[in-house]
Write a protein that binds this ligand. Structure first.
Ligand SMILES: [Fe+2]
Ligand SMILES: [Fe+2]
Length: 151
């Protein structure tokens, strides 16, 4: 799409639902960063070595996702939030509770991106669509990975 037209569209739409939806996704990424960093530090027992590394990897992935979503909000002239989603992060040393919490979080994340993609498609910005679709696929992979870990 013509960038000038896209800019005009953004101006007309102002504070549109897509910004709200992207901010919701960003808030969940910020929560995921806090949750996975916490679990990486506290995970205990025989599974600690690989789960600590797994959670730490999820921290890095969430930082990358947050950065992409923030850039999308900036591109659309919205204001990116700085607060994480308020849903409680359960403190535990028990890896099975951590995995259950991670599974719930990833399902919410994938659902959030699934609902965002059609809105971005409507904007006609292919670059933005591609970058958010990559995140959506990451979240879907995490859901499947955690489902297998919980079996
Ligand atoms: Fe993410
Ligand atoms: Fe994720």
């Amino acid at each position: 799409m013509n960038p000038i037209y896209l800019r005009l569209l953004v101006d007309i739409m102002g504070d549109q639902p897509v910004i709200t939806a992207l901010n919701k996704a960003l808030a969940w990424e910020l929560r995921a960063i806090a949750m996975y960093a916490h679990y990486s530090a506290y995970v205990s027992g025989i599974h600690r070595p690989h789960l600590s590394a797994y959670f730490s990897n999820e921290v890095n992935e969430s930082i990358t996702h947050a950065s992409t979503v923030r850039s999308a909000i900036v591109k659309l002239d919205g204001e990116a939030i700085t607060e994480r989603a308020p849903e409680e992060i359960i403190h535990t040393h028990d890896y099975s509770i951590m995995l259950e919490e991670a599974y719930k979080t990833e399902k919410i994340a994938s659902g959030t991106y699934q609902s965002i993609l059609p809105m971005i498609e409507e904007l006609g910005d292919d670059e933005l669509y591609d970058s958010l679709e990559v995140i959506y696929f990451d979240e879907m992979r995490s859901v499947e990975e955690l489902r297998m870990m919980l079996k």
